[in-house]
Design a binder for this molecule. Structure first.
Ligand code: FES
Length: 571
């Protein structure tokens, strides 16, 4: 076999190679260090990331495949982020997880890596790490959970939590019923079963070419996930032999495919920051405007929550991701390769739609132009996003008066106040929720509607925020407003009663106040200062170096690839 990177540690008869081999032997076969590729399995299994807890089982299948193909599999537990638990928001730790994984891949004697992710931030952080260290890498998405049911109705994790809690607040569901639904929400192993961020990022990883084609979307409990994991184990050994690194096949065309796919599946807006961050690690020139230019005219072809009705196991039953991609084949870059060495489009011929209620034909889309729209204007000169597919059509043009909240705490304290001056035409503004301001850019942009309006039957309002929105949420929500208020953005000078105009068709977000008046205003201090100035640790590093949402909210010094070379040795 060809000389491996791991041979830098293991080859030779000197003291250092002796130490490296001796401590690693522990039952490995004698020829383990004779040039066999050593493959890390970057494993985000964790009891505190319940969506990924089954990945140890997946790992065993990957291991078997690696062994079969002549490699040495090595479990490498890496930082894992449980979306529902981690405070103050998992997004604060995405870059830390990516940096830690990158450094551990580089620091260790490995030749390639299989990336096991699932819950929202885990696939993005793994891909950012792999892009930066640029060793052969393949993703295995852990898969969505099967559908759970409550009172005879299917439950979409996340999406139905918002719905049920709003119904309780509107008096349509008792607290007892609401709490009883809790036991049905999570039906088993796997991540959220809606087209939320986890499902989106799994499919986007496949569109990028970083998974075995046809794998993403396979439910966690489906035996085919283990079969594909086994196959991935074999394939990674081949990738190492061919030195097929991310930088050799991830191109702008790969990102074009990801953006087309994101629109066609009605994927989470979170994919925008993640794709921008991954592209930044590869030095690929991808901008916020590319999402609008490439994706906004792409039709929505799936009827999945949160925008639609069905869930991920329905999606798989109906033909899955490749059936969707086949419908938009002409929009895909035919040269963009996958980990197999073949173009993504080569895998579409056999794909078929089996249930047209779940996956529609291009000729009969759910929505003709479904991609994410990028808004600009004096309220968001750096850009802001809206997902028209998840918005109320009648609000896509709206002029209303601002009701401003300076922090999440302020919003929670006042949103249900009967004296809050708000009506159905108001525009709710929540600031201080960007990467620096919160810090970490939480998923709060889909703020709850005021209780008194819910009781009047109002179900959607225009909401504007410099934070993110859960991929399982819906509504007319303008998010990722850049620059964020804490970085001096115009969001920080909006006052209660200001007119705001949202015009999605024209891609405008305007604070309709005379410039002369705006010039006199100084930003709200609580917002510009952020919630608290971190004085130590990761949060301090993060706040000092995080970039805006328009470039992926990565740290400035993590952009670009550092490769896999480590020149020094301590022994
Ligand atoms: Fe893990 Fe939704 S909370 S994927």
């Amino acid at each position: 076999m060809a000389e491996q990177r791991s041979s830098e540690w293991y080859a030779g008869t000197d003291r250092n190679s002796y130490i490296h081999r001796a401590w690693m032997r522990r039952g490995l076969p004698e020829d383990a260090f004779d040039g066999r590729p050593h493959i890390a399995i970057a494993n985000t299994a964790s009891d505190l990331t319940p969506c990924n807890a089954h990945l140890n089982e997946v790992m065993e299948s990957v291991k078997a495949g690696i062994y079969e193909a002549g490699g040495i599999p090595l479990n490498l537990p890496v930082v894992s982020l449980g979306e529902t638990l981690v405070r103050p928001t998992a997004m604060l730790w995405r870059n830390m997880a990516a940096m830690a994984t990158e450094e551990m891949l580089r620091a260790n004697p490995i030749d390639g890596v299989v990336l096991l992710g699932g819950c929202d931030k885990t696939i993005p952080s793994l891909l950012m790490a792999a892009a930066s260290v640029d060793l052969p890498a393949i993703v295995v998405p852990g898969g969505p959970m099967k559908t759970g049911y409550f009172q005879g109705a299917a439950l979409g994790c996340g999406t139905d939590v918002w719905r049920l809690s709003e119904e309780m607040r509107a008096g349509k569901l008792t607290e007892k019923q609401f709490l009883r639904s809790e036991a049905s929400m999570i039906s088993g192993k796997g991540h959220c079963n809606t087209m939320g961020t986890a499902s989106t990022m799994a499919l986007v990883a496949e569109a990028l070419g970083t998974t075995i084609p046809g794998l993403a979307g396979t439910p966690a409990a489906d035996a085919r996930l283990l079969e594909s994991s086994h196959e991935t184990g074999r394939l990674i050994v081949e990738l190492v032999a061919q030195d097929r690194r991310p930088s050799t096949f991830l191109t702008r065309g790969s990102f074009q495919n990801a953006i087309v796919a994101l629109a066609a599946i009605g994927g989470s807006t979170n994919a925008v920051v993640h794709l921008l961050a991954i592209a930044g690690r590869l030095g690929i020139d991808l901008t916020l405007d590319d999402f609008d230019a490439i994706g906004s005219g792409v039709p929505l072809l799936v009827n999945l929550q949160p925008a639609g009705r069905f869930l991920m196991d329905d999606f798989q039953r109906a033909g899955g991701f490749l059936a969707v991609l086949k419908e938009v084949r002409d929009l895909l870059d035919p040269t963009a390769l996958t980990v197999t060495g073949k173009p993504l489009v080569d895998y579409l011929d056999d794909a078929q739609i089996w249930d047209h209620e779940v996956i529609t034909l291009r000729a009969t889309p759910m929505i003709p132009d479904a991609g994410i729209a990028v808004l600009r204007g004096n309220l968001a000169p750096g850009g802001a996003l809206i997902k028209p597919a998840a918005a109320s059509p009648e609000l896509l043009y709206h002029r209303g008066r601002a009701v401003v909240f300076d922090t999440i705490e302020d919003m929670h304290a006042r949103i249900d106040d009967p004296d809050l001056e708000v009506d159905a035409d108001s525009v709710l503004v929540l600031r201080g929720c960007g990467p620096k301001g919160y810090p970490g850019m939480p998923e709060v942009a889909n703020m709850p509607l005021p209780k008194k309006l819910l009781e009047q039957g109002v179900r959607d309002m225009v909401r504007i925020c410099d934070g993110r929105m859960s991929g399982t949420a819906y509504g007319t929500v303008v998010l990722h407003v850049t620059p964020e208020a804490a970085a001096g953005g115009a969001l920080g000078i909006v006052e209660n009663g200001d007119w705001i105009i949202l015009d999605v068709e024209k891609r405008r977000l305007t604070l309709d106040v005379e410039q002369e008046e705006l010039n006199k205003r100084s930003p709200n201090k609580a917002t510009t200062d952020g919630f608290a100035k971190p004085t130590r640790g990761w949060e301090k590093l993060y706040v000092e170096h995080v970039m805006g949402a328009d470039t992926g909210a990565d740290l400035d010094f993590l952009q670009g690839s550092s490769g896999s070379t480590v020149s020094r040795e301590s022994h």
